[in-house]
Design a protein around this ligand. Structure first.
Ligand SMILES: Nc1ncnc2c1ncn2[C@@H]1O[C@H](COP(=O)(O)OP(=O)(O)OP(=O)(O)O)[C@@H](O)[C@H]1O
Ligand SMILES: [Mg+2]
Length: 299
C-alpha cells in the first residue's frame, strides 16, 4: 500500500504540471476545475439520491454542466430514478477497456451520470498504470463539467468518510427523525477528527413544516459548533411531499414530474443558495478529488 502512496505522490506532481517552466499552468481553460459535491447522510433512506438527482437537474436548467457519480457501492440507485440502466461503469475505465467519455450515460435535462459499480471497491488496489489512467480520465471531467455531484452510501464506513473528506463541499442530508439527526451528528464528529475546516451544508428533508426543519438544522449547527468546533451551514429544507414518492414510482425526477410542488421549490432554493459566496473559494476539482481519495486508500 505504501508503494501506492509513493507512486501517487509522484504521479500527482507530474500530472499537476509541477515543473518549473510550464507555459500552460496559467491558462484558465487548462486550469478549469469542476466543483465536487458529495451528498451524504448518517442514516439511510433520508433522501440523498432524490436530492442528488433533482439538484443536478435544477443546476443544469440554470446553465451549469453537471455530472452525477453514483458511488453508492451496494445499490446503484441513480439509474433507478432515471429509469435507465447504464451499460458501463467506472470498472470499465479502471480496467482500461473504456475511456470516461464512453461510460458517461445520458440523464434528463442534459445531465450525465456514471455508475461506480464495483469499480469503487477496485480503487483501493490500483497499480501504477491504472492510477495514471484513472487520473487522466477523471481530469477530463474538470474540463467538461462545472459540477460533479457524488451520491454516496449512508453511514460512517471508511469508504463513505473518504468520499466526504475528499470532496470540495459536502451536503449532509437528515430528516427530523431523532435517529437520523444523531447519525448525522456522528458523521460530523468523524469528519471533525480529520478536518475542522470541511465545508458541510445541512439539508433537512421530509420535514412536516419549515419551522421543524429549521429547528433541526439549528440544533445540528449548535452542537457541532459547541462540542466539535466545526461550523456547519444551513443550506435548505425540503418538506415531506407525496409528489416525491409518486414520481419515484414513475421513475421520473420530481422536479420534472411537478415543477411547482413543494419539494421542487425546496430544491430550487437550495440550488440558488449553493453557489452564493463560493466563487472565491478554491476548488480542487475532480482530479484533485480522485488524487485525494486514492491517497486516503493507500494509508
Ligand atoms: N421530501 C420527500 N417527501 C416524501 N418522500 C421522500 C422525500 N424525499 C425522499 N423521499 C422518499 O424516501 C425514500 C428514500 O429516498 P432516497 O432513496 O432518495 O434516500 P437515500 O438517502 O438515497 O437512501 P439510501 O441510503 O438507501 O441510498 C424514497 O422512497 C423517496 O421517495
Ligand atoms: Mg441513495
Amino acid at each position: 500500500m505504501n508503494d501506492q502512496a509513493e507512486m501517487l505522490r509522484r504521479l500527482i506532481k507530474k500530472t499537476n504540471g509541477e515543473t518549473s517552466d510550464n507555459p500552460v499552468i496559467d491558462d484558465p481553460v487548462v486550469n478549469k476545475k469542476a466543483r465536487v459535491i458529495a451528498v451524504t447522510s448518517g442514516k439511510g433512506g433520508v433522501g440523498k439520491t432524490s436530492i442528488a438527482v433533482n439538484l443536478a437537474i435544477r443546476l443544469s436548467m440554470r446553465g451549469l454542466k453537471v455530472v452525477i457519480l453514483d458511488f453508492d457501492f451496494g445499490l446503484a440507485n441513480v439509474d433507478v430514478l432515471f429509469g435507465t440502466i447504464p451499460r458501463y461503469t467506472l470498472l470499465d475505465v479502471i480496467r482500461g477497456e473504456k475511456d470516461i467519455l464512453e461510460v458517461l450515460a445520458d440523464g434528463p435535462a442534459n445531465i450525465k451520470f456514471l455508475s461506480g459499480g464495483s469499480g469503487v471497491e477496485e480503487l483501493v488496489k490500483l497499480d501504477r498504470k491504472q492510477i495514471r489512467n484513472i487520473l487522466a480520465n477523471i481530469s477530463i471531467l474538470d474540463k467538461l463539467f462545472d459540477v460533479v455531484i457524488i451520491d454516496t452510501a449512508a453511514g460512517l464506513s471508511r469508504n463513505v468518510m473518504n468520499f466526504v473528506l475528499a470532496a470540495d463541499q459536502v451536503l449532509l442530508v437528515t430528516t427530523p427523525e431523532p435517529t437520523a439527526i444523531t447519525d448525522a451528528y456522528a458523521l460530523v464528529k468523524m469528519v471533525s477528527r480529520r478536518d475542522l475546516k470541511k465545508q458541510i451544508d445541512i439539508i433537512v428533508n421530509k420535514a412536516e413544516t419549515l419551522r421543524e426543519a429549521e429547528s433541526v438544522a439549528n440544533k445540528l449547527c449548535l452542537v457541532s459548533d459547541k462540542f466539535l468546533s466545526l461550523k456547519l451551514s444551513k443550506l435548505g429544507y425540503i418538506l415531506y411531499d407525496d409528489n416525491v414518492t409518486k414520481s419515484v414510482k414513475l421513475q421520473k425526477p420530481f422536479i420534472l414530474y411537478n415543477s411547482k410542488c413543494s419539494a421542487a421549490k425546496g430544491i430550487a432554493e437550495i440550488a440558488d443558495r449553493m453557489f452564493l459566496g463560493t466563487n472565491e473559494k478554491i476548488v480542487q476539482g475532480a482530479k484533485g478529488f480522485m488524487s485525494k481519495l486514492l491517497s486516503f486508500f493507500s494509508v
